[in-house]
Design a protein around this ligand. Structure first.
Ligand SMILES: Nc1ncnc2c1ncn2[C@@H]1O[C@H](COP(=O)(O)OP(=O)(O)OP(=O)(O)O)[C@@H](O)[C@H]1O
Ligand SMILES: [Mg+2]
Length: 364
């Protein structure tokens, strides 16, 4: 998995089993055993290129193809490390789910674009690769995002519990499990990406470690109100978004130029927290995953807005916050390889549940 934060590539080696008899407190027959986790930071020219490719520019086609190849080689390194650390061989692995790097997300125009070279990944890893997870849902009129609610439901659903699972990647997304088998979900807006971009501009750090810098600032109520007035926040579900909308340009359009940078950071924390709070209204409990779970300032703001509803991380449900997205794409690959439709029309708005992803076979 490499998400919209552009922070790196996360790999998880996982074994799934299906219990024949679900345990009394769990509706889910799915059992997940995480064997290993490995990641690589995105650095140097590859990171710069992937950032540059988020917005239109000259010679995009060849730059995109070359960035896809470099990114694929980083994926292959992560995979090789995972397998070696586990003492396994490529032929022991049934499939490899690879998301690629989103560079455009325009479902309303009929496309969403993730850079990756799946044939090259199959060749290098020796494993069947599943990629291009979003296109089938978009082709069926859906948003193609978020795709993780199906996985959250398969793993975290429990009868009688109204749970909200919140993933705080570059973009935030929520899954609502109503405890009666119902699943809904949507993107919530910026998760970390504005926080990262603003912090980088003013401190040079790629993210605000533990939210320590933002915690020194004071929320600017006007700026928060102007930000929350963004029409996207009032759209009904299904809704999804990306860097196409929420970039530094979006923030700059709302600044008057006289703000103290650290106060802007505090306001961005409040913005993410408020959008998460709105998405979790009515839940019995909230579980956060993704890199944002490591930002204490953000977690504190979410807890304070959601109180008295308890807010914890997915670690409390048995899957560490940093591993959930990667686990989701391993599961989506498994659903694809067993020809099961993992699309959720109630989440994405597609006209039907589609089998998601395409398979690039390993060399025989
Ligand atoms: N120690 C930390 N303190 C503060 N923020 C952190 C910390 N560790 C990670 N983060 C934040 O988490 C981000 C990475 O999160 P993650 O990998 O879940 O996002 P992602 O790659 O965008 O995934 P996706 O978009 O698929 O959900 C970083 O960019 C940073 O903002
Ligand atoms: Mg990431």
């Amino acid at each position: 998995m490499s998400g919209t934060s552009l922070d790196g590539v996360d790999g998880l080696l996982v074994e799934f089993t299906d219990r024949s008899q679900p345990e009394p407190l769990s509706a889910s027959p799915l059992q997940l055993h995480a064997i290993g986790f490995s990641s690589r930071h995105l650095v140097g020219t590859l990171r710069e290129q992937l950032f540059a490719l988020q917005t239109p520019g000259p010679d995009e086609l060849s730059r995109a193809a070359l960035a896809a190849i470099q990114l694929t080689d980083l994926y292959a390194e992560v995979v090789a490390e995972l397998i070696a650390t586990a003492g396994l061989q490529p032929q022991d692995i049934q499939g490899l789910g690879a998301h690629g790097q989103t560079v455009r997300h325009r479902p309303e125009l009929g496309y969403t674009l993730q850079l990756l070279a799946p044939a090259r990944l199959a060749e290098q890893s020796g494993i069947d690769v599943v990629a291009d997870f979003r296109s089938a849902d978009v082709a069926a009129g859906g948003q193609g995002a978020p795709l993780v609610p199906a996985f959250h439901a398969a793993l975290f659903d429990a009868p009688g519990r109204a749970r909200a699972i919140v993933n705080l990647g570059g973009i935030g997304n929520v899954t609502r499990l109503d405890g009666l088998g119902g699943v809904s979900g949507h993107d919530t807006g910026p998760g970390n990406l504005l926080l990262d971009a603003w912090c980088h501009r003013h401190t040079g750090a790629v993210f605000d470690e533990d939210g320590a810098w933002g915690m020194q600032g004071t929320v600017i109520p006007d700026l928060l109100a102007r930000s929350l007035a963004e029409p996207w926040f009032s759209l009904p579900a299904p809704r999804s978004t990306g860097r196409d909308l929420f970039g530094l340009r979006w923030l700059e359009d709302r600044l008057n130029g006289h703000e103290n940078p650290v106060d802007v950071q505090a306001t961005l924390v409040a913005l993410t927290a408020e959008t998460v709070h709105r998405a979790c209204l009515g839940a019995d409990s909230v579980y956060v995953c993704g890199g944002g779970a490591r930002n204490s300032a953000l977690m504190r703001a979410i807890r304070s807005l959601c109180a008295p509803t308890p807010v914890s991380t997915t670690d409390a449900l048995g899957l560490p916050a940093h591993a959930v997205e990667a686990a989701a794409f391993a599961w989506l690959a498994r659903e694809r390889m067993t020809q099961r439709a993992a699309g959720r029309p109630t989440v994405t708005g597609a006209r039907g549940a589609r089998i998601l992803g395409a398979v690039w076979p390993a060399p025989l």
